[in-house]
Design a protein around this ligand. Structure first.
Ligand code: TXA
Ligand code: MG
Length: 325
C-alpha cells in the first residue's frame, strides 16, 4: 500500500476531535487513545475504509472488529441488548467491557467489519477524547488495537507511530493508556461466555450479573477467541461455491475478479465483480456483500475466479475457501 502522510495531534489540541471526525467521515484511518489500548479507527459503515484498515494492520484474516459507540442509544441502533446485556452496559459502560450481541435488524455496520457474522462486538470506551471524537463523527467506529498484526497492543502514541506511521492518516496522542490491556469480551449468548479476559475482572462481572460466566473450551486460541470459522452462525452462502473457475457452466452465477472476461460469462445467471481493476482492498470491501447478492439469485452454483494470494488476497481466499466447504 502506498505511503500516506500521517498527521500527529495531541488529544488536548482543541481541533483534534473535529479533525479526527473529518478523517473518519472521509474514509480515513485514525489512531486514537482509549482507556484500554490505542485503537485504529475507521467508519464502521464504510466497507472500503474497513478493508483499508485490515490492510494497514497487515491482518492475515478478517478477524471481526469491535464497534465503538458514544452512548447506549447508539449501541441499541446496531445491536440487540437483552436484559443481561442492559445490566452489564449500565454497570460498566463507558469502560473496558465489550459485549458480543446479536446484530440489530437495521444495523448499518459493514459485513466486512463483523466478518459476516450475525453478531457484533460493541463497546463504549471510557476516554474523553474518544467520546468527543465519536460525538462529532456521529456514527459507529470500528477499532482494533492500533498495531501491526502480530505485535503487542500499543499503549502509547509512540508505539502506534513505530507500527503504523505512513500507513494511516492521523495519530492522536493522548498519553499512555490508563488500562493498558484490552477490554474484557463477554458473549451474551444463552449462557454468558467469557471470550477474552481483559480490563474488567471476572468477579466484578459475575457480581453484576448474579451468575457465573462460562469459559471457552480449552483449545480456543487466546488471542482470537471464537474465530469466525468456528462459529456455527458464520456466513456461508446456501448456494454451492466453486473456486478457481476458468469458464462458466449453465446455471451458474459468476463472482469475478479483475478485468478478464471468462468464457461463458455472457450466460451467467448473475454477475458481480469484486474489483474490475483487480484491487484487493476494493475486493475485500465487496466480498461479503457480493456473496450475499449472488446467493439470492437462485443459481445452481457460484463460480469464483481466482484471487491472487497476496496482501488482503490471503484473507479473501480464506473466506472463499470457507464459503466453498
Ligand atoms: O480494548 C479493546 O478492546 C481494544 C480497544 C481499541 O477498544 N480493541 C481491541 O480490538 O482489542 P481487537 O480487534 O484487537 O480485538 C477484538 C477481539 C478479537 O479477538 C475478535 O475476534 C473479537 O474481538 N470479536 C469481535 N467481534 C466478535 C464477534 N462478533 N464474535 C466473537 N468475537 C468477536
Ligand atoms: Mg489486537
Amino acid at each position: 500500500m502506498s505511503a500516506l502522510l500521517t498527521l500527529d495531534l495531541a488529544s488536548h489540541d482543541p481541533a483534534a476531535a473535529a479533525q479526527a471526525a473529518r478523517h473518519l467521515a472521509l474514509g480515513g484511518l485514525v489512531a486514537f487513545p482509549t482507556e484500554t489500548v490505542y485503537g485504529l479507527g475507521a467508519d464502521a459503515t464504510n466497507a472500503e475504509a474497513v478493508a483499508r484498515l485490515y490492510a494497514a494492520k497487515g491482518r492475515p484474516s478478517f478477524n471481526p472488529l469491535i464497534a465503538h459507540v458514544g452512548d447506549i442509544a447508539a449501541a441499541r441502533r446496531i445491536a440487540r441488548l437483552d436484559t443481561r446485556a442492559e445490566r452489564l452496559a449500565a454497570r460498566f459502560w463507558p469502560g473496558p467491557l465489550t459485549l458480543v450481541l446479536p446484530k440489530a435488524p437495521r444495523c448499518e455496520v459493514a459485513d466486512l467489519a463483523t466478518a459476516g457474522l450475525d453478531t457484533i462486538a460493541v463497546r463504549i470506551p471510557a476516554h474523553p477524547f474518544a467520546l468527543r471524537m465519536m460525538e462529532q463523527f456521529g456514527g459507529p467506529v470500528v477499532a482494533p488495537s492500533a498495531n501491526q498484526s502480530g505485535h503487542v497492543s500499543p499503549t502509547t502514541a509512540a508505539h502506534v507511530r513505530a507500527d503504523l506511521r505512513g500507513r494511516i492518516d492521523l495519530i492522536i496522542d493522548g498519553g499512555p493508556s490508563a488500562v493498558g490491556l484490552e477490554s474484557t469480551i463477554i458473549g451474551c449468548f444463552e449462557t454468558p461466555l467469557l471470550l477474552r479476559p481483559g480490563g474488567v475482572g471476572r468477579a466484578e462481572i459475575e457480581a453484576a450479573l448474579g451468575e457465573k460466566l462460562s469459559d471457552l473450551p480449552a483449545e480456543q486460541p487466546g488471542d482470537q477467541p471464537l474465530a469466525p470459522g468456528l462459529l456455527a452462525s458464520h456466513y456461508a452462502p446456501r448456494t454451492p461455491v466453486r473456486l478457481q473457475a476458468t469458464e462458466l457452466a449453465d446455471g451458474e452465477a459468476l463472482l469475478a475478479f479483475g478485468p478478464a472476461v471468462l468464457p461463458g460469462a455472457d450466460k451467467a445467471v448473475a454477475l458481480a465483480n469484486l474489483s474490475e481493476r483487480g484491487d484487493l482492498v476494493e475486493a475485500a470491501a465487496h466480498l461479503f456483500g457480493h456473496l450475499r447478492t449472488l446467493d439470492a439469485v437462485g443459481a445452481s452454483r457460484i463460480a469464483v475466479m481466482a484471487v491472487p494470494e497476496m496482501g488482503l488476497g490471503e484473507a479473501i481466499n480464506d473466506r472463499l475457501r470457507r464459503a466453498a466447504i
